[in-house]
Design a protein around this ligand. Structure first.
Ligand code: ADP
Ligand code: MG
Length: 778
């Protein structure tokens, strides 16, 4: 033990020597010059002084000004300058895995070091951290995990939370924990950084913490709203009074000034946008419930139209397109590949950018295209703040992002496209002015923009709270409601109560809100509780492999690429993987296994193309499966003898039962009404299936019950993927059960489900069930 500090000293001296040599070298000089040119550098001393004098400091500044890469380095360097050497330890959190990794790599390069020296990163299952690492970039989840075993963050001197404006669930949760920790650790420093920051809100939360603003150096960006775009591209948006058949006044009309046969094509998508034009008059409630853009068409034609316009008429420079989600990006990318102009690889370099992308693809995004080629990057809001593509001159902003919203009254959560905030619009616009003056095309009228919220609603106010409630319990932070009431913006009572009730139903909490054995493990697994429960049951009941595939695909996305353009063909391709037994989930397992086999024979990509499967999604599912297996092994659920965990993997009855264990209370009864299959759910009454579900076309129904993995709420509620499950599966695995009314109804979980089941059957299973419940609790 005596040797280790000495070794550490020697190593850190070497590091310092290296640092000195690097700064003397030509490359080092150049790098230093670059670093000093960043806007952040002018505020270096102000920042350092504020950090030394205040326990909490807020820092805001345009994206690219140097917050993430520079600010932590300033702290590190000032420590070295003062000669205190290795006494500090900085943790800087990033909302995404990808940014923690790329940023730390950049910072190490700026210091002429390899990763794992004074700079490192740590993300789930990946770790580049050395003995002398003093600046650690990690995900918010990693810091939370660290708090789990070390509640005082011993040894850490600075915690920096980056991109705080995103207001993810984890970040808001972390703030409460840190706020509690600060009085116990008066030497600890907390720095909150963001491009756009509601400084009043944060400052008052941390009793008047000072804000430092770093003025940016972006070039001016011109905004074009829909009306200007149409004008510029030969369409005119005119005022016009007419009432449509819903009684809504339509105030706009498009007039073509001649653009060949393009006219009809663009009119359809623009019409949808125009729905939005009269949006201002709707109340907030209506606005929330309306999804005026069909997510599948999302004005794709309009995007295509604007892209052509830029490629043909505007000066050189990369184009960044902000879209709603990965699915849209993939559909548009496929569509554009067939386009005579935009699909021409000698003129256009078409790339996609997404948070969970493989690193080799990432690099292409940052690379300059060859001469005369226009780079077009289709991105989700990852490209808003965390990563910077320097040569962007044009931004196309669709104005929407897919946002999970949770409706506490119906206890339903839905992934809905919704308008972004004004702050996000400003961010997106700013991306066009990195290297020269830029242009930003907003695909919505200015009057719609005026109705946007200033800042986005934080996740804690719009997402189900199950995971966070579980976390509060596993970190032993006391009463759930009390803890949540102390967050930056506290959620209302109903969603909190729903979450607690749900956790009790699935057996994660007992009646006194104490964590059960199951609850403990669910809090360790890196997926939502319902999927965690599915994994644990899958491992216990020997069908881990297929269950991991199902869970991974539910986390990642559906590997079948079904969009409005190819619907019939794609559904036919998907149904090849079905054995017509009423399941949307089992075909995914079969498709994955076949792909895996094809991949081993070196024709995985081709296999995907032939079967309307997404190569990227398959790879993502594969890598998540590996991660899940690793965690399950660590927690002792998966046997390292993989056969043991898979002894029933071929038995689809058991797999269905395991799905029931996880997805319950997402249960409904199947009603076959003259060829039309309907579902009776508790909350929504009779609902139908989403048209991409295979079960919408299924002739045989093996059981009268079905579990479902999600709902889609637009004008009506639709069930997403569903799988039929047997009576016995429900009785054995489906949440809390008690024998209800005397007339043979079975009541489960406080009247949640009240369907008829033969009393004799129920009585047969109840004793067995009791035993099983006992095992789970412990
Ligand atoms: P902020 O966090 O304020 O948005 P960053 O610290 O991420 O800014 O980046 C500061 C500057 O460093 C950027 O403007 C960019 O020029 C440069 N930079 C950041 N990451 C990289 C990278 N991976 N490769 C090259 N340059 C980078
Ligand atoms: Mg940053």
């Amino acid at each position: 033990t005596l040797l280790i500090p000495e070794l550490k000293n020697v190593e850190s001296m070497q590091l310092r020597k290296q640092q000195h040599e690097w700064q003397e070298s030509l490359d080092g000089q150049k790098m230093l010059e670059f670093r000093r040119s960043l806007p952040c550098y002018k505020k270096r001393d102000v920042i350092l002084k504020a950090v030394s004098e205040n326990q909490v400091v807020l820092v805001s500044g345009e994206t690219g000004c140097g917050k993430t890469t520079q600010l932590p380095q300033y702290i590190l360097e000032s420590d070295i300058e003062m000669g205190t050497g290795t006494s500090i330890s900085i943790i800087c959190t990033q909302p995404r895995r990808m940014s923690a990794m790329t940023v730390s790599e950049r910072v190490a390069a700026e210091r002429g070091e390899k990763l794992g020296g004074s700079v490192g990163y740590k993300v789930r299952l990946d770790n580049m951290k050395g003995r002398n690492t003093q600046l650690l970039y990690c995900t918010t989840g990693i810091l939370l995990r660290r708090l789990l075993c070390d509640r005082n963050l011993g040894g850490v001197t600075h915690v920096i939370i980056d991109e705080i404006h995103e207001r993810g669930m984890n970040e808001d949760f972390l703030l409460v924990v840190l706020k509690d920790l600060l009085p116990r650790r008066p030497d600890l420093r907390l720095i909150l950084m963001s491009a756009t920051l509601d400084s009043m809100l944060f400052s008052s939360y941390f009793s008047g913490a000072p804000t430092i603003h770093i003025p940016g150096h972006t070039y001016p960006v011109r905004s074009h709203f829909l009306e200007n775009i149409l004008e510029k591209t030969r369409y005119r948006l005119t005022h016009h009074n007419q009432t449509d058949h819903f009684g809504h006044e339509k105030k706009w009309r498009i007039q073509s000034r001649g653009f060949g046969n393009k006219k009809t094509q663009i009119t359809t998508s623009v019409e949808v946008c125009l729905e939005a034009a009269s949006f201002k008059e709707y109340s907030l409630e209506t606005r929330k419930s309306l999804t005026c853009w069909d997510p599948e068409s999302l004005g794709f034609n309009l995007i295509e139209h604007v892209l052509c316009h830029i490629v043909l008429n505007e000066r050189l420079g990369a184009i960044l397109v902000f879209m709603m989600g990965w699915d849209d990006i993939m559909s548009l990318k496929n569509q554009l590949h067939m386009h005579p102009l935009l699909g021409d690889a000698s003129r256009v370099m078409l790339l996609a950018c997404h948070g969970s992308m493989a690193s080799f693809e990432q690099e292409l995004i940052f690379r300059a295209p060859s001469d005369g080629v226009r780079k077009i990057v289709l991105a989700t809001n990852v490209a808003e703040t965390s990563i910077t593509i320097n040569d962007v001159v044009f931004v196309i902003d669709c104005g929407k992002a897919k946002e999970t919203s949770y409706d506490a009254v119906n206890n339903a959560s839905c992934l809905l496209p919704s308008w972004i905030s004004k702050a996000a619009v400003q961010q997106r616009r700013g991306r066009a002015g990195r290297v020269q003056p830029g242009e930003c095309y907003h695909l919505y009228p200015r009057c719609v923009y005026e109705t946007f919220f200033e800042y986005q609603l934080p996740e804690i106010l719009r997402m189900p709270l199950e995971s966070v409630c579980l976390q509060i319990k596993s970190l032993q932070l006391g009463n759930i409601s009390e803890f949540l009431s102390r967050s930056l913006q506290a959620p209302e009572a109903l969603p909190v109560a729903n979450a607690i009730r749900y956790l009790k139903i699935i057996g994660a909490l007992d009646e006194m809100e104490n964590l059960t054995g199951l609850g403990h493990y669910l809090s360790v697994l890196p997926v939502e509780p319902k999927l965690g429960k599915m994994l644990i049951f899958g491992a216990i009941f020997g069908c881990l492999d297929p269950v991991m595939t199902i869970v991974a695909s539910l986390c990642v996305r559906d590997p079948f690429m079904i969009s409005h353009i190819n619907k019939d063909l794609a559904i036919r391709a998907k149904s090849q993987f079905s054995t017509r037994d009423f399941s949307d989930h089992l075909p995914v397992v079969r498709a994955f296994n076949s792909w895996k086999y094809a991949e081993m024979q070196q024709f995985g990509d081709e296999y995907c193309h032939r079967n309307f499967l997404s190569v990227q999604t398959m790879k993502d599912i594969d890598s998540l499966r590996n991660q899940l297996f690793f965690v399950l092994k660590e927690t002792g659920f998966a046997d390292s003898n993989i056969n043991q965990s898979n002894r029933f993997s071929h038995d689809e009855h058991i797999i269905r039962a395991i799905m029931c264990a996880g997805l319950f209370p997402g249960l409904c009864s199947i009603m076959n009404k003259q060829k039309n299959i309907m579902f009776k759910t508790v909350e929504d009454g009779l609902v139908s299936l989403c048209s991409s579900s295979l079960n919408a076309h299924e002739p045989s129904i093996p059981f009268p019950w079905s579990v479902f993995s999600g709902k889609w709420k637009s004008n009506a509620v639709f069930l997403l993927d569903s799988t039929a499950v047997s009576d016995s599966a429900i009785l054995l695995f489906g949440g809390k059960i008690s024998r209800g009314h005397t007339d043979g109804h079975l009541t489960m979980m406080d009247g949640y489900i009240d369907f008829f089941m033969e009393p004799a059957v129920v009585d047969m299973y109840l004793p067995l069930r009791k035993e099983l419940d006992e095992v789970i609790r412990n």
